[in-house]
Design a protein around this ligand. Structure first.
Ligand code: HEC
Length: 741
């Protein structure tokens, strides 16, 4: 069973970085109101709104009432100085206000709060400005991302956050735009397209602003793009500098800030042929970009290779493929290279170094003196500490179980397990592409000197492409997403796979290089972290809870339901003497969509929400939305085993990212096993081939898949529906009818 299930796991987990597009009918009255239909803000005078500048953000620690950037301040510690909510008052916490966003799908954002106004982004890159004391809506801006563009992403139409600077709110839009809004009215001030929109670029990360510049990266390495970070003028949207993560396809200068270091160093770490020359090579900076005011530099976390498989990406080369999976510091004014540290040379496993970067002073200097360092827990499972000024490697220790390296050299270079590089038969990678840590932000408390990591343990088998059986996948990762997957499995298989997947809230002592305490979670996809000066750590869970722990011991002190699965982090702020905890709720993302069998099957699509708590709060949580789809096959099984097997492969290659691995959906997007469309060939074709639901993010696959293949997917889906009945996990239609009488 174990052997069988790990094999299965391999496949299912490959889809870790899933994505989808699609929009549910919004539930509020003004749901379809066009962009920037702004109402007057309650703040007195628009010129006074959101007056945040570099100096003010630098003093974030002295203004703990505010939460001025994505991670609270430039050091991105997610540590708040507020103490009104503490061990003694926790039990008096109640719901403050709540707010319902107008879109369903994944929510990953951390709100920004400045001077009593909350700015928060939801799915589809919609921006909401709310009164931070009441939740009253001040304005909503919808950039109107198209359903066609929504299907370009690997990992749902999420957005992690905004930058607020000098009266403007900046949002990176899913389709590659960077936009500046008037913080007082939501009016669009400027919009610039930051990517080649003919390519599968997406933006899900939060912009950062400093010194009249706003920077943004992009994603898309699963589908095939070349990553970079660009700085724009905050007033005009004019391009200031750009730094690429991978070489120009012809190794020529781009006229970009990165040209010099590519000519000097990075070009030679790539061969001259292979998929990187046409598909960009990857290295997207889809999450972490930290402005370090002390060194006037931007520290960027670059991502995985595109395609993932280095043998496909760069078949003749054997170099490190700079700057994949690297932390790179560039001059904040010019974008010129300062230093780099590559966490995973020649990445092969989707081990991004995009995870949250934290800057702190640690007693790692001479005689225990403070040293300004950069910390990261990237996907590859090692916790790195680098000197912030020079990038010098200080330490690296495994914070999660990992099988790909036996350790690090003195320079921090991994000593690889050859089985991992050679994809030896039977080799199961830990971590897999889900990473030992993903986008869910970690926090660092200067008081406990501990980092708090939402850690994952999700194994993965990687299957090489089979040249005799091309996959027709719209993902472009250089692996066979269906390798080893069975189309029929015995009862208990899904539970067995789920048991091999877990996560934890890990308190990590960076100086000692070891864990301080750990709270295991039964599944993963656990939420980002907030730490507070009152010695508390807060975390949301996918199971729809917010929990407070003792920051020194991990003791569980308080919890409340959220009535919505959640993976976004908690943040905190204070207005009129009252401290609030706030979180955006709603699930989707790669984990939420692809791993339905491991965490739900019973979730329902519902709009994202903002939920706040305060001492003495008497508000009410919006009720849970329960699934309404009957778990019964909607048609007879069709086709023979060969057809179902083909359908299984094409489903794994093209559909599982949104509709769930092994055809089991979390319920957030339709579970095709229970879809009425599966029972009707013509209806199926209107959606899958003709693109009837394109506006909602379900695009036509007619360009990718033949009619024979989409028919086979329908046969597979029906087969899986009846398999669930046979395994006792669903009811045959007649049984349902009988029991209803
Ligand atoms: C990028 C994400 C994404 C991918 C990949 C995707 N879908 Fe969808 N699909 C959606 C969304 C979103 C919806 C729901 C649209 C709506 O709001 O009604 C949907 C709905 C559907 C429906 C209608 C189900 C119902 O009962 O309403 C069918 C059928 C369907 N998809 C089939 C497929 C097939 C077959 C594949 C693979 C070839 C596929 N989808 C791949 C996002 C995706």
């Amino acid at each position: 069973m174990v052997k069988y299930s790990t094999k299965l796991l391999g496949l299912a987990v490959l889809s870790v970085l899933t994505a989808c597009g699609g929009e549910q009918a919004a539930t509020t009255a003004s749901a379809d109101q066009p962009a920037a239909a702004a109402t007057e803000t309650s703040a007195a005078n628009s010129a006074d709104v959101a007056q945040v500048d570099t100096a003010r953000i630098e003093s974030a620690a002295r203004q703990p009432e505010q939460w001025m950037t994505y991670s609270g301040g430039y050091e991105e510690q997610r540590h708040s100085g507020l103490t009104t909510i503490n061990r003694d008052t926790l039990s008096d916490l109640g719901v403050g206000w709540t707010y319902e966003m107008r879109k369903t799908r994944g929510v990953e954002a951390t709100p920004v709060v400045v001077d009593g106004v909350m700015y928060v982004s939801g799915s589809w890159s919609v921006v909401y400005a709310l009164d931070a004391t009441t939740g009253a809506e001040l304005w909503v801006y919808d950039p109107e991302v198209s359903g066609q563009d929504a299907a370009k992403g690997c990992c749902d139409v999420v957005n992690r956050g905004l930058a607020v600077y000098q009266g403007k709110v900046f949002v990176g839009v899913f389709d590659g735009r960077l936009e500046a809004l008037d913080a007082a009215t939501g009016e669009l001030l400027w919009s610039t397209v930051t990517v080649d929109q003919s390519k599968p670029y997406t933006i899900t990360g939060a912009p950062r602003a400093f010194n009249n510049k706003v920077i943004i990266g992009n994603g898309g390495a699963e589908l095939g793009v070349r990553g970079y970070v660009t700085a724009y003028d905050t007033d005009t949207g004019e391009l200031a500098w750009r730094f690429y993560a991978t070489p120009n396809p012809e190794k020529k200068p781009d006229g970009a800030a990165s040209d010099a270091i590519f000519a000097e160093l990075a070009n030679d770490t790539w061969g001259d042929t292979g998929a990187w020359t046409t598909d960009g090579g990857g290295g997207t900076a889809w999450d972490s970009m930290v402005y370090d005011p002390v060194n006037n530099q931007v520290v960027i976390g670059f991502g995985n290779g595109s395609p993932w498989n280095d043998n496909v990406r760069d078949p003749e080369g054997n170099g490190d493929n700079l700057f994949l999976s690297s932390i790179v510091a560039v001059d904040a004014d010019t974008g010129a290279y300062r230093w780099h540290f590559q966490t995973t040379p020649r990445d092969k496993w989707d081990y991004t170094a995009t995870q949250g970067i934290v800057i702190a002073d640690l007693p790692l200097g001479e005689n225990g003196a403070d040293r300004r360092v950069v910390m990261q827990a990237p996907k590859n499972g090692f916790f790195y500490i680098l000197d912030a000024a020079t990038g010098q490697f200080i330490s690296g220790n495994p914070y999660e179980l990992q099988t790909w390296a036996t350790g690090l050299t003195e320079e921090g270079r991994p000593i690889e397990n050859p089985d991992a590089r050679n994809l030896a038969p039977g080799y199961i990678a830990l971590p897999g592409p889900m990473g030992a840590h993903n986008w869910h932000p970690m926090a660092y408390s200067p008081e406990t000197q501990l980092a708090y990591i939402p850690a994952n343990r999700v194994p993965q088998g990687y299957g090489d492409l089979n040249p005799d059986d091309p996959s027709n996948s719209f993902w472009n990762i250089g692996y066979d997403l269906a390798a080893g997957l069975p189309s029929v499995y015995p009862k208990g298989t899904l539970e067995a796979i789920s048991k091999e997947i877990s996560g934890s809230l890990l308190a990590w002592d960076p100086v000692a290089g070891k864990p301080a305490w750990e709270v295991p979670h039964i599944t993963t996809g656990n939420g980002g972290i907030l730490s507070t000066a009152s010695g508390l750590v807060f975390q949301n869970t996918l199971m729809g809870e917010i929990v407070a722990y003792d920051a020194r011991t991990g003791e569980r002190l308080w919890s409340s339901p959220l009535n919505n699965p959640t993976s976004a982090p908690v943040m905190t702020y204070k207005v009129n003497g009252e401290q609030y905890l706030a979180t955006a709720t709603g699930v989707g993302s790669s984990w939420g969509l692809t791993y339905g069998f491991a965490w739900s099957e019973q979730a329902a699509p519902q709009p994202g929400k903002v939920i706040t708590f305060k001492i003495g709060g008497t508000g009410e949580l919006p009720a849970s939305v329960l699934p309404s789809v009957a778990r019964t096959p909607k048609g007879e099984a069709i086709g023979d085993d060969a057809v179902a097997l083909l359908g299984m492969k094409r489903f794994a290659d093209n559909c599982q990212f949104c509709h769930g691995g092994l055809a089991v959906s979390s319920g957030v997007l339709p579970d095709l096993r229970w879809s009425a469309y599966a029972g009707n060939e013509a209806a199926w074709d209107t959606i899958v081939r003709d693109g009837l639901l394109t506006d909602r993010g379900m695009v036509s696959f007619a360009d990718h898949l033949s009619k024979e293949e989409t028919d086979a997917i329908r046969a597979y889906v029906l087969q899986q529906a009846w398999l669930a009945v046979a395994n006792g996990d669903a009811q045959a239609p007649s049984t349902v009818a009988a029991s209803a009488q």
